[in-house]
Design a protein. Sequence first.
Length: 317
Amino acid sequence: MYKNLVSVLVLFFAFLSCSFSSQKDLEGGVLWEISGNGLEKPSYLLGTWHGTFDILYSYVDSIPGFQKAFDVCTQYVGEAENIDNMEEFMSSFDPKLPRDTSYTNLLDEPEYSFLDSVLVSRMNVPLDKMYLKPAFLALVLRQLEEQAKLVKAGYSQGQIDSMRTQVMDVVLYTSAKDKQYNVLGLETIKEQLDMLFPEGNLKEEASQLTIAFRDQKVQTLLIDELHSAYRSQDINRIVDCEKKIRSAFQDEPLYSKEYDDFLEKMIDQRNRDWVQKLPGLIKDNPTFIAVGVRHLPGKNGVICLLREKGYRVEAFR
């Protein structure tokens, strides 16, 4: 089970990282050049897609300037370091609810009944037999949802398994290692897992899970709108998509608050942390930086924060 979830976790992590401040002040695509501020050689910033299996590593061939930028670098920086050890970290994580806790304790009757219907339809398992923590259950349900979509589209299990190995960030990481680049990460795997599976309030997590699956309007925006926006390679299309998502969240007051809190934790704060680290990483080595595309735009995005530090960050083609 853990082995199957490793690549899905890479997908799920940035799929959660789905938004940013919608400041429409950029003109460009998903690949950017970083220069100036004392740099002898430029570095490059790629906004990657790892939300679903619709866009895999082969898509980089359509990104103007990608190969040129990747080949002139000597260092690679991704969101997490040592992602090939993720399975080991996942196996050390306890996904089960505490012995004295069940979803009956975590949810009110309407929420319980709804989530029970979701599990029965998607897993053929009633909620009173489910012992996974809400965050881990969300990961499993997303995996099953993606699997069902691919099967319906006519893909065989072998083809689906192959897709799991072609997630953009995973192949970029592997390619950089093959080229003997210095390979680094902006976060440790443990830090990422702690964000995904916090030791927090299980009742809140269970409620968030129920809301997420109840609001299919938001789910459609997350999947279809963002997918289309990324393929356009227009950073402002992604900003426009964020505005639609934010509007959809406003229809659910509880979800709207959760969304704002989530943005600060999963997007804005991480961007600020990364931009504190990047100057030291790119100072002496031309570096290829790959992070989820939703981290790039906006006043709290990586592009703007690097510009505030005195770098020239310009669209690269």
